[in-house]
Design a protein around this ligand. Structure first.
Ligand code: AMP
Ligand code: MG
Length: 375
């Protein structure tokens, strides 16, 4: 399939592009488009055949339901069997925005969208290009992240192109996504709403509106709990190289571990804050003096704030698939605010190879500690 690439300009030319993109979606085709979270792969959410094409393009397991995107609060009504007070309060506080609500579904929602569940996930995105496209389509737009299943989600149009060229009808380029992580998913059908996936609307923001909110225990990586969002059970966001996430005090050992791994002759990728990158710079000089090559050290600093980390995380993870280090060491961060969502994605990206330091003892949650860590 020939994939069209259309750059959005934020001027009157966009109306023509949106009309063409909407025509494709109305005809049952798939179009990638920007949102404030990550890029989405959109199809007519009321057309099972069109929705099936999304699963095919991504290689997504069909037991993983899709989110329906709308561009007007009132468009949630026909998709659901009624909204409770919690759902209404969340819509009022956070729509349009990076919040997805799981609500009991109406009959018009195809099983292909809900993966046979009695509920449907709905979001009203804040990105103006997403809103223009959904309005032009005149139907709810089913849209998962625009990556091949299992890869980190795309946060710019080039990353979408890399995964979807030849597989979808068109890609709309609307620049970089602001938030950089997928939406928060909240199940509103429980008496106390439950966070099924953390995202840009944080636990703290939700409790302020609702009073009480629970977090799906499966998000802590405890395999005895089955995640309520089917998608959360899959290995996800993973770069091709082995990745270790250094949590809590273990994060302080990152520069030393990186040096040890370099001395073993490994090419080492490091995902860390600007401050840690500077500390590593010092180590790099020491190695250079000793005649060790520093070209084997691939440092990807994400910035200073948790928001910058969220915005850059997927891009940096995908970048490691281009540079292919032997091992990636990632610095864990605080779980406050958007940190909860960031740590959820980093733990999955690391395949739960989470390293911690307690009472002077290093341990890893899955597998065994590599030699360069224990030295
Ligand atoms: P993505 O489309 O890649 O952003 O992923 C959507 C996420 O929402 C996945 O983790 C899905 O499993 C989850 N999801 C979608 N619909 C539902 C639903 N009806 N109930 C629970 N989780 C859902
Ligand atoms: Mg996804």
């Amino acid at each position: 399939m020939q994939t069209c690439y259309w750059k959005l300009q934020s001027n009157e030319q966009d109306a023509e592009v949106m009309a063409q993109a909407a025509k494709l979606i109305q005809a049952g085709e798939v179009v990638a488009f920007p949102t404030e979270t990550v890029y989405g792969l959109g199809a007519n959410g009321l057309n099972s055949e069109a929705v099936t094409k999304i699963f095919a393009a991504k290689g997504r397991p069909n037991d993983n339901p899709l989110i329906l995107h709308i561009a007007d609060v009132k468009d949630v009504e026909p998709l659901t069997t009624g909204l409770n007070e919690n759902a209404k309060a969340l819509m009022e506080a956070f729509w349009p925005g990076p919040l997805t609500l799981v609500i009991n579904k109406s009959e018009i929602v195809p099983d292909a969208v809900s993966a046979g569940l009695p509920t449907v996930a709905v979001r009203y995105p804040a990105n103006k290009f997403a809103q223009q496209l959904i309005k032009a389509c005149g139907c709810p737009v089913a849209a998962p992240s625009a990556n091949i299943s299992g890869r980190p989600s795309p946060t710019n149009a080039q990353d979408v192109w890399e995964d979807m060229q030849g597989k979808v009808a068109a890609v709309l380029d609307g620049g970089n996504c602001g938030i950089g992580l997928e939406s928060t998913v909240v199940d509103t059908t429980e008496p106390v709403p439950v966070i099924l996936r953390p995202g840009g609307i944080t636990y703290e923001m939700l409790t302020e509106v609702l009073g009480a909110v629970e977090i799906d225990p499966a998000l802590q990586g405890d395999s005895s709990y089955k995640p309520k969002a089917p998608g959360m059970k899959y290995r996800h966001y993973a770069p091709k190289s082995a990745m270790y996430l250094l949590e809590g005090e273990a994060a302080g050992l990152l520069p030393k571990m990186a040096v040890n791994a370099l001395e073993e002759g490994k090419r080492v990728g490091v995902l860390c804050s600007r401050a840690t990158a500077e500390a590593l710079g010092a180590n790099e000089n020491v190695l250079a003096k000793e005649g060790e090559g520093s070209e084997n050290l691939l440092v990807s600093p994400w910035g200073d704030s948790l928001e910058e980390l969220a915005a850059n995380l997927f891009y940096l993870l995908r970048d490691f698939d281009r540079t292919m280090p032997d091992v990636i060491l990632a610095e864990g961060v605080s779980e406050s605010g958007i940190g909860l969502a960031v740590m959820n994605r980093m733990r999955k990206a690391a395949g739960y190879q989470i390293v911690s330091l307690e009472d002077g003892e290093l341990s890893v949650k899955i597998g065994s500690l590599p030699k360069f860590m224990v030295k």
